[in-house]
Design a binder for this molecule. Structure first.
Ligand SMILES: [Fe+2]
Ligand SMILES: [Fe+2]
Length: 410
């Protein structure tokens, strides 16, 4: 007689998938909230990508859950898992963040995804197996990156093992990723781990230069094409602060629908990509990224506004105002046969169309969700007036003025 291997039921399968998606979403939220708080440039760039990838994996699993007729994937999750998600935010530094999000939670998720085809009825549950195959490559890369990077920074942040052990202990106390392992006893919480989110000021490695608005002069495109190009791509490098702004916005708006959170996670990664296209180009032009002055002021001043105001300002004022300059730059760079710069701005322009579309879609929902009495037009006008007074970036003020002169909106 053939001994049948034990498999999980369809109901158990659904519970596993709910926990996977919840943990991916928890990683997305913690990484987004922490993006401004991580000073190391490489980690910032990777965390931006992984914020989006975590959201995308959660979304893929939600799709499978809907096929399995689970439309409320966060219903009846254990208190232990919810506690773990809240506690993940309480890391105190880059090492504690990476040691927990990646080296505890994502590593355990990776093992569970690898195991899932054997746990389920593979012959009948093929779509779930396809889903795990889709989410595996991203999380494999994430964990591999974290292991390598962590070795380069762990000595800078003594004391991280206690926090890592605590988070690992919370997961073990709730039966592991699947919730079915014998629960360990609840761990003791290390002292003095107050919540540092949302970050009021974005962090940079101490030796990096900070932007000085008084010496930021825009060179004339036609008269000084090389100086203009360098100036422009240095500002692209600083779209890192747009990504950081979106990280804090995402973290501060958990009441919003999943689709919004999913869109913001992508928006965040797009701004990381815009910073990277700036980095690629300034490096090609002979600069080091660590020598580009960092416009931390725009993140810091925007954080004096509530999340809804920040989102409306970014997506219904700053981004629409920025569009004409991108088209002009593309034409200009094509004219002088700088095809690399033209290609870079053409993808930026393409991404921005979606950012503006998302802004139109989600600003009214944010206003409604958080009890604003303003219309989308009113909050755009109010935050734009605020921008004119408060932005440290002359380019933003100039774009706003030109947008109104051109009668584009107002
Ligand atoms: Fe951008
Ligand atoms: Fe954008």
């Amino acid at each position: 007689m053939v001994v049948e291997k034990k498999h999980i039921t369809i109901e158990q399968n659904t519970e596993y998938l709910k926990r996977y998606a919840f943990l991916e979403k928890a990683c997305m939220r913690t990484l987004a909230g922490w993006l401004p708080g991580v000073p190391e440039w490489e980690a910032k760039n990777q965390i931006g990508l992984h914020t989006w990838e975590s959201g995308d994996s959660a979304d893929l699993i939600y799709q499978r859950l809907r096929e399995l007729r689970t439309y409320q994937p966060e219903r009846n999750l254990s208190d232990g898992l919810k506690l773990l998600a809240r506690e993940l935010d309480h890391a105190q530094n880059t090492a504690e963040l990476i040691a927990t999000v990646y080296l505890v939670v994502k590593k355990a998720l990776l093992a569970a995804y690898r195991q899932h085809p054997e746990a389920t009825w593979i012959e009948f549950d093929n779509p779930t197996v396809v889903t795990t195959e889709k989410v595996l490559p991203a999380i494999e890369r994430q964990v591999a990156w974290a292991e390598k990077f962590f070795a380069t920074i762990e000595q800078d942040y003594p004391g991280w093992p206690a926090w890592r052990d605590y988070i690992a202990g919370l997961l073990a106390a709730d039966g592991g990723v699947t919730g079915t392992e014998a629960p360990a006893t609840a761990p003791q919480r290390p002292e003095s781990h107050e919540l540092l989110l949302p970050w009021k000021e974005c962090q940079r490695v101490k030796s990096w230069p900070i932007f000085d608005p008084s010496v930021d002069v825009e060179p004339d495109r036609k008269a000084e094409p090389e100086a203009h190009r360098l100036w422009r791509f240095k500002h692209y490098v600083n779209e890192m602060t747009a990504a950081e702004t979106l990280g804090s916005i995402l973290w501060m708006t958990p009441e919003m629908p999943w689709e919004y959170q999913y869109n913001v996670s992508r928006h965040l990664w797009d701004e990381i990509r815009h910073s990277q296209l700036g980095q690629v180009r300034v490096q090609q032009l002979g600069w080091k990224v660590e020598d580009v002055p960092q416009v931390v002021q725009i993140y810091n001043v925007m954080m004096t506004l509530p999340a809804v105001d920040q989102y409306a300002l970014l997506t219904t004022v700053i981004e629409p105002n920025g569009m004409p300059e991108k088209s002009t730059n593309r034409e200009h760079w094509e004219e002088i046969e700088d095809e690399i710069s033209a290609a870079a701005v053409s993808y930026d322009w393409s991404d921005e169309n979606f950012h503006i579309r998302w802004g139109k879609k989600w600003t009214p929902v944010l206003l409604e969700t958080y009890g604003y009495k303003e219309t989308p037009e009113e909050i755009a006008a109010r935050t734009e007036a605020w921008l004119m007074e408060n932005t440290p970036v002359k380019m933003q003020a100039k774009m706003a003025l030109e947008a109104h002169q051109g009668g584009q909106h107002g």
